[in-house]
Design a protein around this ligand. Sequence first.
Ligand SMILES: Nc1ncnc2c1ncn2[C@@H]1O[C@H](COP(=O)(O)OP(=O)(O)OP(=O)(O)O)[C@@H](O)[C@H]1O
Ligand SMILES: [Mg+2]
Length: 500
Amino acid sequence: MTEEIVLNVKNIEKSFTGTKALKGVEFSLRKGEIHALVGENGAGKTTLMNIISGVFKPDAGEIYINGQKVEINSPYEAQKYNISFVHQEVALCDTVTVAENIFMPAINQSRSFTVNFKKLNVMAKEILEPLADIKPDKLVSDLSMSHHQIIEIARALSLNCKILILDEPTSALSESESKALFKILHELKARGISIIYISHRMGEVFSECDRVTVLRDGNYLGTYNIKDVDRRQIVNKMVGREIDDTYPSKSTEPDSLKEILFEVEDLTGDKFKDISFKLYKGEVLGIAGLIGSGRSELAQAICGFGQVKKGKVHYKGKEIKLNASAESIEKGIVYLTEDRKIDGLFLDLSIMQNISAMDISKISGKLLISKKLEEDQANYYVKTFNIKSRNINQIVRSLSGGNQQKVLFSKILSINPKIIFMDEPTRGIDVGAKAEIYKLIRELVGNGIGIVFISSELPEIVGMSDRVIVMHEGEKSGEITGKDINEKEIIHLASGIVKN
Ligand SMILES: Nc1ncnc2c1ncn2[C@@H]1O[C@H](COP(=O)(O)OP(=O)(O)OP(=O)(O)O)[C@@H](O)[C@H]1O
Ligand SMILES: [Mg+2]
């Protein structure tokens, strides 16, 4: 890393109707550094990057590239300055192949009309290979959420950029994919490329980045060399108060004393095979595994959203059918989706309408929806999770990513579930709110709920689970309990090297 500044922004202001998103923000980026940008949900990180990459125009402020004052009026102009932006919300074209998605902007840029698809596939393979095992000729609609994210990253890498912006790129990636990504980022850095890295994962910020800039509530709080600060200092700057970012203590009861709430026997679907497990009342059961190991498909099938070829599910000792999701909801079995954009939220409805969406019958008493109850409930969750918004009538699409996730969480909790399958529940959520959610999960299980907790973030699985099932290529490769739960053991089982 040199002291040479490639990008400098000063006094950036940006307002949306009713929200001042950025208030005199500055930011400078050196050649060949990985610069972390951190802050709570709604702090203004994505907005600042949207300005640098020409998506939004700032209300005021200046942008300098290599010392020259510039105006960046569109993403296309940003590309001309060699700025590439991997967005927080993945936006791929579903109906074409992986390779076409990766090279779409590059083809655009070259203004060439003939495309050699064979060559495209070979080039895509070269970029993808170090990241993950994804076939370039596959249709994007057939791939998982995390693979979508990897394709977005590959697309940015194809553009030969000098400034690479990554907005929470690892939020859907597991340990090994994240490691592969960092290896590539370090190679880019060695080639003099500068990287802006937005993340809520403090571990990564401290192990992989050179400097960190903190935003709070649209204000610039400062930029620090990672080696001069510690995690607590940065977290305190982000949230403006001391927070306890340790995990709440786990359930102390031995399994044998517990009541079985739910049992899965030899369940087999398209992407998982012969899965059996029990879920006890009052426990958090973690499900770990690499991307593509079948965790989400299993949870979706159990909650009635996926195909089951064989196997049984028992709830409180009785066999239940898996095909009716309304019935599952009635029983209190709910799935918190990993993909809030596609099937989690109604983006064009308000916070309040989303929170009460699953719960019309309870709220209405009879048929008429009680506005007052609906409002009270929405206000309660907005306060509990500190959902940053103008009011409960704000449209969900205009909330920051993490705040949307909090709305999704509220929607699920509003029906008083008995069993929750949580698929990446803290995805994109800031450290303060994460701590709140961990506490809440413990409270829920303390009241007798059973929680199945799927996460790609290993420290979270280890910190939260009473028991962990590990999956590998659709099969259960092991189960660990209590004190035996640690990252090393999980990685071992997830890689499929051993079976126990
Ligand atoms: N298009 C928009 N219309 C209205 N308000 C917006 C819009 N985009 C962002 N905002 C508001 O600007 C503020 C900053 O949002 P931004 O998305 O930059 O936050 P963030 O730091 O990226 O948060 P997260 O960690 O949750 O992604 C939020 O209060 C958000 O609601
Ligand atoms: Mg954001």
